[in-house]
Design a protein around this ligand. Structure first.
Ligand code: HEM
Length: 482
């Protein structure tokens, strides 16, 4: 009876059953629609833009409208991150890292990492150089493949994972001064691990976090065992790099973020929140937050470019006009290339328009749009609803960079465009992500044409569900531009 009772003035939603809460309703809608984000949009159609749920032990409130999302992202009472086995198992049973920590611990660590990432990139030249280096390499790799093709003019290439090495390299160069070539076994293993991990979890937790007893009675079926195994392998990879950094570290000569952090660990100013395990967790979070998100935005972007040759042509015209063909585009060209910038925004919109944000948690009893939200409720922004709202976006299902271009030809970004979040937890890698997507897209489009391979059906835009959505496998005929 207690389990079925909702708190007074809790946001409306389906009824709660003992132990399960509203899990059955959510999972049957998820089966029907194919995606969790769509299931919650269906619920919002019945109950309004703020839906109150309980899944197992977790009270969850899903926000689907702009006003609710903006309020939850700006109100300090919602600056917590969820707690529980799912969020702790990933970091040795305690809360560590940047993505899923909160309060004083997170404030200290976020501030430190942001300050030093700025030093090693993030908005400064050094980051521009790293991204540029990877873009050059990407163009070289594509050219090499075409050179080996039958006619030396074009080749059918697998596109979904074409960008992940370059993206991982920019991240890993900043953190540990290391980059890999695309055939490297170690890198491929790491990539496979991340992909498996992302396919096996949800942003709002997993079966074993909502029903913790499943860890003991059904460790395999609840996903707990896989989750632990994958994390152990990621830790092993990171630990090896940390050990090698410790062996070669020279005080006051930091090479990268790992060194700066090690320096802090040796310093007298070291606060309690700093530790070696926290450094490993920061690295893991950067990978989790930065790699798949950026490469999947690029993946979706190029998928839609295949389906919309007129967009591709318009982008190429801008590149030819502003940069020409004698040199590669650089990040300095950005102010003169609003259409390419708009293409970046649209690629991120179609990617994040298929998912949720990272959940927040109410740090105390509070209100949201007038509803009562009890302490420790998980509060989730449904970006899919916001970024596909047809009151805001004209034909949201279309891939249309022009929606970000004003009558004067300049870039305009509507307030509702929040795929990187907003407020104190906003994305720490927005600059890097947008730079990567901009330069990789511009350099590739300057040199190649992308089309659906002859005889193949156009690829589907449905995507594959997971913690972040991914485009299904698709190939493109990539040819040298005439
Ligand atoms: C297209 C690429 C990306 C998208 C769409 C994206 C989006 C987001 C979103 C929606 C959040 C959560 C905001 C919130 O909870 O309110 C976030 C947080 C975060 N992102 Fe990104 N992100 C991207 C790339 C990156 C990159 C490249 C990095 C790393 C360098 C990164 C690092 C982080 C971190 C560390 C957080 C946690 C911040 C905190 O809780 O204080 N992200 N990102």
């Amino acid at each position: 009876y207690m389990d079925m009772r909702k708190p007074k003035n809790y946001p409306p939603g389906p009824k709660w059953l003992p132990i399960l809460g509203s899990a059955l309703t959510v999972s049957s809608l998820r089966k029907q629609t194919g995606y969790l984000y769509r299931a919650t949009i269906c619920l919002a159609e019945s109950y309004g833009p703020i839906v109150g749920l309980k899944v197992g032990k977790d009270r969850q409130v899903v926000c689907c409208g702009y006003n609710a999302i903006k309020e939850m992202l700006t109100k300090e009472e919602f600056d917590g991150r969820p707690q529980g086995p799912f969020y702790e198992t990933r970091t040795w049973g305690t809360r560590r890292g940047l993505l899923l920590t909160d309060e004083e611990f997170w404030v200290e660590q976020r501030r430190f990492v942001l300050r030093h990432l700025r030093e090693f990139g993030f908005g400064k030249r050094t980051m521009a150089e790293l991204v540029q280096e990877e873009a050059v390499q990407l163009v070289e790799d594509f050219k090499e493949k075409i050179k080996k093709s039958k006619d030396g003019k074009g080749e059918i290439m697998e596109m979904r994972d074409a960008f992940s090495v370059g993206v991982l390299n920019t991240l890993w160069s900043m953190m540990a001064s290391k980059r890999y070539n695309s055939e490297d076994k170690e890198l491929k293993d790491l990539q496979a691990l991340l992909t498996e991990l992302f396919a096996n979890i949800d942003m709002v937790g997993a079966l074993f976090s909502q029903f913790p007893f499943l860890r003991y009675i059904a460790p395999e079926a609840s996903g707990y065992k896989t989750f632990v195994n994958i994390h152990q392998q990621v830790w092993k990879f990171l630990r090896a790099e940390l050990d090698s950094h410790k062996d070669t570290f020279i005080l006051n000569q930091p090479r990268d973020l790992m060194d700066v952090y090690l320096q802090m660990l040796h310093s007298d100013d070291k606060k309690e929140s700093y530790s070696e395990s926290q450094l490993l967790a920061i690295c893991m979070d950067m990978f989790m937050a930065g790699s798949e998100t950026t490469s999947k935005s690029l993946g979706f972007g190029f998928l839609y470019l295949l389906l919309n040759p007129e967009v591709q042509k318009k982008a190429q015209e801008e590149i030819d006009r502003v940069v020409g063909r004698d040199r590669l585009p650089t990040l300095n060209d950005r102010p003169n290339m609003p259409y390419l910038e708009a293409l970046v925004l649209e690629s991120v919109r179609v990617f994040m328009g298929r998912t949720f944000s990272i959940p927040h948690r109410a740090l105390k009893d509070t209100t949201l749009q007038g509803y009562h939200i009890p302490k420790d409720t998980m509060v989730i922004a449904n970006f899919a609803a916001l970024l596909n709202d047809d009151d805001v976006w004209d034909h949201p299902d279309r891939f249309c960079p022009d929606r970000f271009i004003g009558c004067d030809g300049k870039l305009i970004v509507p307030d509702e465009y929040l795929p990187f979040g907003y407020g104190k937890h906003r994305c720490m890698g927005q600059t890097l992500a947008r730079s990567n997507i901009f330069l990789f897209s511009a350099c590739l489009l300057q040199n190649f044409d992308f089309s659906v391979p002859a005889g193949q059906a156009p690829p589907s835009t449905l995507g594959v569900d997971g913690v972040t959505p991914s485009p299904g496998e698709f190939s493109a005929y990539v040819s040298l531009r005439s």
